[in-house]
Design a protein around this ligand. Structure first.
Ligand SMILES: [Zn+2]
Length: 166
């Protein structure tokens, strides 16, 4: 379930076409590395780090330097395909076209779940701030996922029963 694709985004083929156009407009070449990095990045249905991408590419036996991956991801941010933001001082990336989702982030395992709330999004889209022009927003709710909550509960129970044994 974790890898289930979010359907409310642009089709991947359109994103790839847009990136191709961006490369052409900026006098850059479409290299096999750039294409492969973009394809792998699009497979993430949630936020990812450059390290996640390095791992995904090496799982496909595609050997490319971390520097190339990092530069390509920055190029994808420049092209407006992905958005960069930081979580606990680490750079995370996500598709720029999935703004209609609220991100639920588990503070224990870092897993992010996307949920849709059309009322909230309608409110945010209409919201204007004084002396400020919004380019995009990213709404993250921090908490504990069910898997972690269960583990924490089990660990607590085990500690209590260990104490009883003594
Ligand atoms: Zn968790």
């Amino acid at each position: 379930m974790r890898n289930k694709k979010v359907t409310d985004t642009l089709p991947d083929s359109v994103v790839i076409e847009n990136f191709d156009k961006f490369l052409k407009d900026n006098g850059k070449r479409r290299t096999p590395e750039r294409s492969m990095i973009l394809e792998s990045a699009l497979e993430f249905s949630r936020q990812f780090t450059v390290e996640d991408l390095v791992e995904a590419l090496s799982n496909k036996n595609f050997i490319v330097s971390k520097a190339t991956i990092y530069n390509t991801v920055l190029l994808l941010v420049e092209a407006g395909v992905f958005r960069q933001f930081s979580v606990e001082n680490r750079s995370h990336f996500e598709r720029a076209d999935n703004v209609s989702f609220i991100h639920l982030m588990c503070e224990h395992c870092g897993k992010v779940k996307l949920v849709k709330d059309t009322n909230f999004m309608a409110y945010m889209n209409a919201r204007r701030f004084p002396a400020f022009t919004t380019s995009y927003y990213n709404f993250t709710v921090y908490g504990v996922c069910n898997d972690c909550a269960r583990k924490i509960k089990q660990a607590k129970r085990k500690r209590i029963s260990d104490k009883k044994v003594k």
